[in-house]
Design a protein around this ligand. Structure first.
Ligand code: CEZ
Length: 795
C-alpha cells in the first residue's frame, strides 16, 4: 500500500482511503503548498505576510500553520472531473469530490513534484504539480488517456477552488484574450492607514489554460447547482458549462474540454494557477511560461520545472547512509534533509519567526547551506538588546511586526545561541564568525559575536531568583506554559537546566577560540547551576518541571496529572546535572511513564482540566500538542541527550519511533507517509489509546535539525570538531554493519563501520592508516577518503 519508487525519488501511496490525510508539501522562495492524497490543498504565499489565493468557502481566520487541519467537502483543492458523454458517468481525480473508487490509484510524493495517477472506468488520469523557483504559482500538467478498447467521448473539467475571497469585494470571469479565469478581490481592511499596503497586494486569483476550453464556469453556486460538490449540476445536467461569471458571488475556476479519444489515445493539458496583482501580470505570466521559448525550444513552463528541481536538489544533506534498515535509509537520505532545507530556506513562511525556531532552523541549515546559517545568526544578534536579552521573534522584513506568540514574553531565547552556533562551528570550523562585529537593537555600539553571546549568557545568569533558578515569565521552550510565572516569581526547571547546558556548550566554544578564562567562568557557573538544580528540582526519581509563582513544585510524583515532563529529564543529562544514579532513575521513569509505541510523550498523564498555575497548555486536548503528545521536538532533545551519555539502545529505539512504519498497522495508525516528521503524534496513550499515534501532519517543527544531530553526532558519530572529524559511532546492538558517505568541509568520506568480535575499543583507519585518537585531521576539500571503523561487537 505504500512504497518508495524504485529510484527512491518518490514515495507512493496506493489508496486514497487507507491514509486519507496522507500529504506532502512543496515550497519555493515565495510560497508553500501542502497537498493531500485526495486532492485537498492548503497554499500560502508571502506578500510579505502569508496570504491565500485559494480560500476556504467561508470567512477564514488568519493564523499560523495549524496541526491536524480538518478537511471537509468544500475544502480548497485541485480536482479534475471526468464525464463520459455517452453514459453520463462521472468520476473525479485524484479522488475528491466525487469519491468514486478507482481501479488503480497512486499518489506519488516527490521532492520537486507531486503526481496522482488514477485509473477509473477505462480512463487513466495523471495530474502533476510542480512550482517555479521564484514565482508564487502552481504548474499543473494533466493527461487523460483512453485505456478501454473502444473510442470514448469525454468531457473533462479541471476544477480549481477559489473560495470566499473577501467580504468587501469578490468577483471573477473568463478572459478570452488571456485564455484564463481571473478572479478579483480586495483584501478586507478597515483602517485607511492600511490602504497603502493593501493596494499593492496580489488580490487576484487566476487559472491560465494552455489549450482553449470549450466552456467554463466562474460561479461556484451555479456550477454546483442542486447536484452539489459531489455531482455538480453544471456537469450532470448540461452539455456545456454556462460560461458564467461571479459578481460578488463566490468564484470558482472551472474549465471544460470535450474530447474524443481513440483506444490508447492520450491528450495532455497544462494549467497555471496562482495569485496576481492585475490582468497585465496574468498576461505576462502566460507569455513567460506558455508562449515564449528559450534557445533550446523549451518553454518557460518546462524550464521552470527543471530549474525548480535543481533548486530542491541544492538542499542535499551531509550523509548518505546504508544500514540494515532500508526505511531509515530512505528517510535519512531523501526526506530529512529536504525538510531541514525547507525550514532554513523559508523560515516557515513567517516574517517574524520565533527566535528559538529561527536559531534552530539555522542550526539545521548549517548542514545544508552554512553561509545562510551564518547570516541568520548575525541577523538574530543584530536584534539582541545591549543588556543581552534576545527578542521573542526575529524580524525578517521591514514591514513585519511581532505577532501571535511573539507578543508573549518568553525567557529561553538566549539559551539557543551557543547551542545552535556550536553545530555551525562543528560543521564548518568557521570560528571567524565570533569576531564579526554587530550592533544591538537598542544601541549604536557594535561588538563581536563573541561579546554578544557572552552578554546573552550573563543575561541568563541574572534572570534568576534568589535560589539561582531561572524565571519563566510567560513561557520558555513550551509556549503555552504561560501561567507558571506571570506574576514574576515562577521559575522554569527546564530552563535552569538548559542554562547550565548552554554555559557548558559556550565554555567549549570559548576554549576552542582562545578564551580559556571565560571558559572557566562559564563552566564554574554551569556546575553551580547544576547543584542548584539538584537541590531544588530533583524529586527522587526524576526532575520537576518548575516551581510556580506560589512556590508550588510541579511535574512531580505527587501530581495526579503532569507528573513527569520529558524536557528536564533529557536536558539534565546534557547539562551534567544528573549523575549516574539519577540518570538511571530518570531513564526508568521515562520508559515507564512516557514511552509509547509512537515515541516518548512530552508529559504524562495529560492534563484533563485547566491548572491555573501552569497555564493554557493544560487546556489543550489531552494527548494533543504540548499537553502530552509525542511532541517530536522534545522527543528529539531526549534522544540527543541519550546519545550524549552513550545510551545508544534507548536512543535508537526512540529515534526509530519518530518515523512512521515500517509495519502497515503503525503507518495506518499514524496516518502519515514517511516523508517528513510531523510536529507531533498524539500521545495520552494511557488515556486515549484510540487516537494515540495519530500524526499532526504539521511539517513545521524544530525536530528535524535535532534528529540530524542525533544521526551525525550520535548514531553514526561523525561530528566535526576543531581538529577535524571525530569518529565515534554508536550503532545499536542489532546492527553488524553500516556505511556512510559523509560530506565534510568539502571532503567526501566513504566510511564502512563493522562490528568485530573480540575488539577492546573502536579502531579507525583512514586510507588504511590507523588513526589513534579517532579524529581525522587535515582533510582536504575535494578529496575522497576511504575510512574503516571497527567496532567491538559487545558495545
Ligand atoms: O509552536 C511551537 C513553537 O513554534 O511550540 C513549541 C515551541 O518551542 C516552538 O518554538 C513548544 O511550545 O502557541 C501554541 O500553543 C502553539 O501550539 C505553539 O506552541 C506551537 C505550534 O504548534 C507551532 O506551529
Amino acid at each position: 500500500m505504500i512504497r518508495p519508487s524504485e529510484d527512491q525519488e518518490f514515495y507512493e501511496l496506493l489508496s486514497p482511503t487507507a491514509l486519507p490525510k496522507a500529504s506532502g508539501f512543496l515550497w519555493n522562495e515565495k510560497m508553500m503548498i501542502h497537498v493531500n492524497c485526495r486532492g485537498y490543498v492548503v497554499a500560502q504565499f508571502m506578500q510579505p505576510e502569508p496570504a491565500k489565493y485559494s480560500h476556504a468557502p467561508n470567512l477564514e481566520a488568519k493564523t499560523f500553520m495549524q496541526p491536524e487541519q480538518p478537511y471537509y467537502a468544500h475544502h480548497p483543492g485541485r480536482f479534475l472531473y471526468v464525464k463520459d458523454e455517452e453514459s453520463g458517468e462521472v468520476f473525479s481525480a485524484p479522488y475528491e469530490p466525487v469519491r468514486e473508487q478507482a481501479d488503480q490509484y497512486t499518489f506519488a510524493i516527490g521532492k520537486s513534484s507531486m503526481v496522482w495517477r488514477v485509473e477509473c472506468k477505462g480512463i487513466h488520469v495523471e495530474m502533476s504539480l510542480s512550482l517555479p523557483r521564484e514565482d508564487a504559482l502552481e504548474l499543473w500538467r494533466v493527461k487523460v488517456k483512453n485505456l478501454s478498447g473502444a473510442p470514448r467521448k469525454l468531457s473533462i473539467y479541471p476544477y480549481f477552488t477559489v473560495g470566499y475571497m473577501s467580504w468587501m469585494n469578490q468577483s471573477g470571469q473568463y478572459h478570452e484574450d488571456l485564455q484564463a479565469i481571473v478572479c478579483t478581490s480586495i483584501t478586507p481592511y478597515q483602517k485607511y492607514q492600511d490602504y497603502s499596503k493593501i493596494k499593492e497586494f496580489s488580490d487576484k486569483t487566476f487559472l491560465i489554460a494552455e489549450r482553449k476550453p470549450a466552456a467554463w464556469e466562474v460561479n461556484q453556486e451555479v456550477f454546483e447547482g442542486e447536484g452539489g460538490i459531489t455531482m455538480p449540476s453544471g456537469i450532470r445536467d448540461q452539455e456545456l458549462l454556462s460560461k458564467g461569471d461571479a459578481r460578488y458571488e463566490t468564484p470558482a475556476a472551472v474549465l471544460q474540454y470535450r474530447i474524443e479519444l481513440a483506444p490508447g489515445e492520450e491528450e495532455a493539458y497544462r494549467f497555471i494557477f496562482g495569485p496576481a496583482r492585475d490582468e497585465e501580470q496574468v498576461a505576462q505570466i502566460r507569455s513567460n511560461y506558455l508562449l515564449n521559448t528559450n534557445a533550446d525550444g523549451e518553454d518557460g513552463f518546462t524550464a521552470a520545472e527543471r530549474e525548480y528541481d535543481r533548486y530542491i536538489r541544492e538542499g542535499r544533506g551531509r550523509i548518505e547512509i546504508a544500514t540494515p534498515d532500508p526505511d531509515l535509509d530512505n528517510f535519512v537520505n531523501h526526506w530529512l534533509p529536504r525538510q531541514m532545507y525547507y525550514h532554513g530556506q523559508t523560515n516557515r513562511l513567517t516574517t517574524d519567526p520565533q527566535t528559538r525556531n529561527f536559531l534552530q532552523d539555522h542550526m539545521g541549515m548549517s548542514y545544508i547551506k552554512p553561509q545562510t546559517a551564518r547570516e541568520a545568526f548575525l541577523i538574530a544578534l543584530r536584534q539582541q538588546n545591549a543588556n543581552g536579552a534576545m527578542p521573542d521573534g526575529i524580524i525578517l522584513h521591514k514591514d513585519a511586526e511581532l505577532k501571535y506568540i511573539n507578543q508573549v514574553p518568553h525567557t529561553d531565547h538566549c539559551v539557543w545561541l551557543p547551542i545552535c552556533l556550536s553545530t555551525y562551528l562543528d560543521e564548518t570550523n568557521d570560528y571567524s564568525i565570533l569576531e564579526e562585529k554587530v550592533p544591538y537593537a537598542d544601541s549604536e555600539e557594535t561588538e563581536s559575536v563573541f561579546e554578544h553571546i557572552n552578554k546573552a549568557m550573563f543575561w541568563l545568569m541574572n534572570d534568576r531568583d534568589e535560589r539561582g533558578l531561572n524565571y519563566i515569565n510567560q513561557g520558555d521552550w513550551c509556549d503555552p506554559m504561560n501561567m507558571v510565572g506571570y506574576k514574576g516569581k515562577g521559575v522554569s526547571g527546564w530552563l535552569t537546566i538548559a542554562t547550565a547546558y548552554a554555559f557548558n556548550v559556550w565554555a567549549g566554544i570559548c576554549e576552542s577560540s582562545g578564551h580559556p578564562d571565560k571558559a572557566k567562568e562559564f563552566r564554574a557557573d554551569a556546575q553551580k547551576t547544576n547543584e542548584v538544580v539538584n537541590q531544588y528540582l530533583w524529586d527522587g526519581e526524576w526532575y520537576a518541571r518548575g516551581i510556580t509563582d506560589d512556590n508550588v513544585k510541579f511535574g512531580i510524583s505527587t501530581d495526579r496529572e503532569g507528573r513527569i515532563f520529558i524536557n528536564p529529564q533529557g536536558w539534565s543529562m546534557l547539562s551534567g546535572a544528573a549523575d549516574q544514579e539519577k540518570q538511571s532513575k530518570l531513564m526508568r521513569a521515562v520508559t515507564e511513564q512516557l514511552e509509547t509505541p509512537y515515541g516518548v510523550e512530552k508529559l504524562a498523564p495529560s492534563f484533563t482540566s485547566m491548572r491555573e498555575d501552569v497555564g493554557r497548555v493544560t487546556q489543550k486536548h489531552p494527548g494533543s500538542a504540548e499537553n502530552g503528545a509525542v511532541y517530536n521536538h522534545a522527543a528529539a532533545f531526549y534522544i540527543y541527550a541519550l546519545y550524549t551519555v552513550g545510551e545508544k539502545e534507548d536512543a535508537y529505539r526512540l529515534l526509530r519511533k519518530m518515523i512512521p512504519g515500517p509495519e502497515l498497522e503503525d503507518i495506518v495508525q499514524r496516518g502519515q507517509l514517511p516523508v517528513f516528521i510531523p510536529n507531533y503524534y498524539r500521545g495520552a496513550y494511557g488515556q486515549f489509546p484510540r487516537t494515540a499515534g495519530r500524526s499532526s501532519h504539521l511539517f513545521n517543527t524544530g525536530t528535524v535539525p535535532w534528529v540530524y544531530r542525533c544521526l551525525i553526532d550520535g548514531l553514526f558519530g561523525l561530528q566535526g570538531c576543531k581538529e577535524g572529524l571525530q569518529i565515534k559511532p554508536q550503532l545499536p546492538a542489532g546492527w553488524k554493519e553500516a556505511s556512510v558517505k559523509r560530506d565534510f568541509r568539502g571532503a567526501r568520506l566513504h566510511i564502512v563501520m563493522k562490528k568485530v568480535p573480540g575488539l577492546d575499543a573502536i579502531e579507525v583507519y583512514a586510507d588504511d592508516v590507523l588513526v589513534t585518537d579517532g579524529i581525522l585531521k587535515d582533510l582536504q576539500p575535494d578529496n575522497e577518503y576511504q575510512v574503516l571503523v571497527n567496532i567491538p561487537d559487545e558495545i
